[in-house]
Design a binder for this molecule. Structure first.
Ligand SMILES: Nc1ncnc2c1ncn2[C@@H]1O[C@H](COP(=O)(O)OP(=O)(O)OP(=O)(O)O)[C@@H](O)[C@H]1O
Ligand code: SF4
Ligand SMILES: [Mg+2]
Length: 318
């Protein structure tokens, strides 16, 4: 599949010396969902911001439809803003509390040059698509429940007719049952409208619901990337294996990590996972292994080709 959105070796170090993202490469095809998972602080949002052109990478490029997004100007940039939208964790950040849903949706469409007649036609359709009665157009954000607010934020993102929507922890703040409804809604919209998603979450169970392919991040790097099925059936990086083991509902024995959690401001030498990795060897302190091929479209960065985490030593009942 030709990539619609692609990151090639992007890196970002902040002024405080935090190397948030190192040499990350990702690609998302049309109508596809790329999941990005990893614990808090491992660079998921920083990566998303570079994809969305909200943050400039220090190195590397981001391509949208083959063009470098960080070099776009004028109409190409306006087009990019229309075609790439975000659904954030907190819908309040994308919905102005002083505007009705009608005005918020209008505002986003007007900003992208969509004419008044078309705006008027689209609003009831958008609300209907996200499962909100069109009468909700007159409501303010504080008059909506958490799930309804997230539906409204999705409607706002859809208003410009995007090709890619970046969902950064978009369902993390919702109850499990509401989470499932919003995930189903996203899947339906993808089927109907052919949208691609970059779906970011610290929760593998959520990503399992929706992703076609998954990138696993640790300490600013992608340590494993694979089609979702391949990852659930045969993860090849100890960090992914551990994440899977601690995800309820996947039926795995829990592997507990007891090493020290590293800091992106002062990372360890070599593989960043070695301070917690139960199967680290001396060579792991030398350098961070490159991502290498482990199967069709399956990459992992570990000195062990088929890492086995001995449950008898490291596992406790889930
Ligand atoms: N503007 C900033 N200035 C300095 N450091 C930052 C900035 N933004 C993020 N960081 C740091 O960069 C690292 C990666 O942050 P990022 O927000 O990308 O992580 P994340 O994976 O999205 O985490 P979470 O799951 O908590 O949202 C963290 O150590 C964070 O503290
Ligand atoms: S390279 Fe070494 S420390 Fe890193 S995940 Fe593999 S075994 Fe563990
Ligand atoms: Mg984040």
């Amino acid at each position: 599949m030709t990539a619609l959105l692609e990151a090639q070796d992007i890196s970002k170090t902040f002024g405080n010396g935090v190397r948030a993202v190192s040499s990350v490469s990702l690609h998302v095809g049309r109508g596809e969902t790329l999941g990005i998972v990893g614990e808090s602080g491992w660079g998921k949002s920083t990566t998303a911001k570079m994809l969305l052109r909200l943050l400039q990478p220090d190195e590397g490029v981001v391509l949208f439809d083959g063009a470098d997004v960080h070099r776009m100007r004028g109409s190409a940039l306006r087009d990019l803003r229309r075609r790439m939208q975000i659904v954030p964790q907190n819908p309040q950040t994308s919905l102005n509390p002083r505007l009705t849903l009608q005005s918020s949706l209008e505002f986003n469409m007007r900003a992208h040059g969509i004419r008044a007649v078309e705006r008027g036609r689209r609003i009831p359709d958008l609300l209907d698509r996200v499962g909100l009665d069109p009468s909700y157009a007159r409501r303010y954000p504080h008059q909506l429940s958490g799930g309804q607010l997230q539906r409204a934020a999705i409607a706002r993102a859809l208003a410009t007719g995007p090709d890619v929507v970046v969902c950064d922890e978009a369902v993390s703040a919702l109850d499990k049952s509401v989470q499932a409804q919003v995930l189903n809604l996203l899947a339906t919209l993808q089927r109907d409208l052919g949208i691609a998603y970059v779906f970011i979450s610290h929760d593998l169970a959520v990503v399992e619901h929706i992703a076609d392919r998954v990138a696993v991040m640790y300490l600013g790097r992608v340590v494993e990337q694979a089609p979702a099925d391949a990852l659930w059936k045969g993860a090849r990086h100890p960090y992914t294996i551990t994440l899977l083991s601690s995800t309820p509902g996947l039926g795995r024995e829990r592997i507990v990590l007891d090493g020290e959690l590293p800091s992106p401001a002062d990372p360890p030498s070599g593989c960043g996972f070695r301070t917690r990795c139960p199967i680290a060897v001396a060579a792991c302190a030398d350098e961070w292994p490159l991502l290498t091929v482990r199967g069709a479209d399956h990459l992992a960065a570990c000195v062990h080709h088929r890492p086995q985490l001995a449950p008898a030593v490291t596992a406790v009942p889930a």
